[in-house]
Design a protein. Structure first.
Length: 463
């Protein structure tokens, strides 16, 4: 960080501010609720602590990616990663409850059409100010397709169960999506699926659906081993009509869209893994400072010191790798466009009233303007860069979540049964770590993607 600080002092200062803010929120708002919510949501998986939601909303976390002049925090990927580590070390499921909402802005920024971006920014900012929940869900998984949605080769041969048919002015969709984070709370859903089940890869698309659309309903909300404070739900689509205007990415470009989203979301899950590992280690150290075995404090035992130092080493090494990823993402992916001096100056100078006006939104809907702006972004972020980031994101995801599983298990070996009590938080982190290895594609399938991209395609070692 220190070299980067010299070269880009403003960029690093913003990340340090994000981390300091997140540390305060983690300590004052998240940590005190962690264990009590785990129990409440075990009893009732639909339970939501709305006081907690309001407290987080006041801190503007829901609009953290929105540029500052428009009412957000203006965070890029490095800021998000720094903040996420702090949040997750306090509680991963509360973090996922509000941070997974970033699928909305990330999908919009990947598309980068002025109309989609402006209306999403306006809606998010207004909802935040009016203390009105506005959840987004990203619905990819269905009963017959899980990890195969995240791997190019598997996608080509998958057998999707959701059916899409062309209708006058749009599409009709029927079927079930499941395990969707915040699906039971979401007012806006990004539905990722192929329009032709015989040619899934070639016809993958991204549709935008509102939860009040006729035919849309929420099915089962899952009872889970971990991540309990974030609901995971089944979405039922019964002949839901989606107009052409709500096709965010047309058939054929959907895989490219999904790859760009996954490139950052898988790496972010790697960061969740790092936060889980750190949270487990911190709780273990606190326990070892207070508890004795054979008359000596555990922390005074040589074998404990070695184990703790080893876990600390692994966390530190991975943290710097994840920071590298985030800095590269800010340099080459969409936040690079948002941070262009011209875009920044325009946002800073334009009065908020004008940016959020219906007149500008109507202008933004102009198809030629949409095509030009979106085309510019896609030239700035070419397909081969996205493919490289997807592979790096998969490396980060597997490394972070395997580390979480490993460290959360190792600390339980050290602290024994009294340390494994619910009140100590370590068994909860163990339960929270396992799902992180599974979602965003199982780690095995992410490893297959790494093999296909780095080894088979021969990009290994090119950096
Ligand atoms: C807490 C939680 C939150 C989630 N949130 C969301 C969400 O918001 N949106 C969403 O869309 N999904 C979500 N999911 C679903 C998640 O992304 C899937 O569970 C994940 O992708 C794995 O899919 P699956 O469960 O169908 O398992 P499968 O993919 O069916 O895997 C089963 C086994 O088969 C192996 N396997 C699968 N495909 C291949 C292959 N091609 N080659 C070799 N082996 C293979 C896997 O490695 C695994 O061992 C969530 C899941 C959880 C647990």
């Amino acid at each position: 960080m220190s070299c980067l600080k010299k070269a880009c002092p403003g960029y690093v200062a913003r990340a340090e501010e994000a981390r300091a803010l997140a540390r305060r929120i983690a300590c004052d708002i998240i940590a005190p609720k962690s264990l009590e919510l785990d129990i409440a949501c075990q009893k009732d998986p639909r339970y939501v602590d709305w006081d907690l939601w309001r407290a987080l909303n006041r801190e503007k976390i829901s609009v953290c990616m929105i540029p500052k002049p428009l009412g957000g925090l203006g965070w890029g990927f490095l800021d998000i990663f720094c903040a996420m580590e702090e949040f997750v070390a306090a509680d991963v499921s509360i973090t996922a409850f509000f941070m997974f909402n970033l699928f909305g802005p990330v999908c919009a920024f990947v598309e980068f059409t002025p109309e989609i971006c402006l209306s999403l920014i306006r809606d998010l900012v207004m909802a935040q100010r009016e203390e009105r929940p506005l959840f987004f869900a990203w619905a990819l998984t269905e009963p017959s397709c899980g990890s195969d949605n995240l791997n190019e080769e598997a996608l080509a041969t998958q057998k999707p169960s959701v059916r899409v048919t062309r209708a006058p002015g749009g599409y009709r969709v029927s079927g079930v999506k499941h395990f969707i984070s915040n699906g039971s709370l979401a007012e806006r859903i990004l539905l990722i699926l192929p329009v032709d089940p015989e040619h899934p890869k070639e016809t993958f698309s991204c549709f935008f659906v509102r939860s009040d659309t006729p035919g849309f309903s929420v099915g089962r909300v899952e009872h889970k081993m971990g991540h309990r404070a974030k609901q995971t739900a089944e979405l039922v689509l019964d002949n839901v009509f989606i107009p052409d205007s709500d096709v965010w990415e047309r058939p054929g470009r959907g895989w490219r869209h999904t790859m760009e989203v996954l490139a950052v979301s898988t790496a972010a899950v790697g960061m969740l893994g790092l936060g889980l590992a750190r949270g487990a280690l911190e709780r273990c150290i606190a326990f070892c400072r207070e508890n004795r075995a054979g008359g000596r404090l555990l922390i005074e035992e040589n074998w404990v010191q070695i184990a703790i130092a080893d876990m600390h080493r692994r966390i530190t090494v991975l943290r710097s790798r994840l920071y590298d990823f985030a800095v590269a993402a800010d340099t080459f992916l969409v936040t690079r466009v948002l941070n262009k001096p011209l875009v920044k100056a325009a946002l800073a100078l334009a009065p908020e009233r004008a940016v959020f006006s219906d007149a500008l939104l109507a202008l933004a809907g102009n198809p030629s303007l949409s095509k030009a702006v979106s085309g510019l972004k896609h030239r700035e972020v070419p397909d081969e860069i996205v493919a490289w980031f997807k592979s790096q994101g998969a490396c980060a995801k597997v490394s972070g979540t395997d580390l979480a599983m490993d460290i959360s298990s190792r600390v339980l070996d050290i602290v024994g049964l009294s340390g494994a009590a619910h009140g100590r938080g370590m068994e909860k982190i163990f339960r929270d770590s396992k799902p992180s290895q599974i979602y965003e594609g199982t780690n095995q399938v992410n490893l297959l993607s790494i093999f296909q991209h780095e080894i088979l395609a021969g990009t290994h070692g090119r950096g």
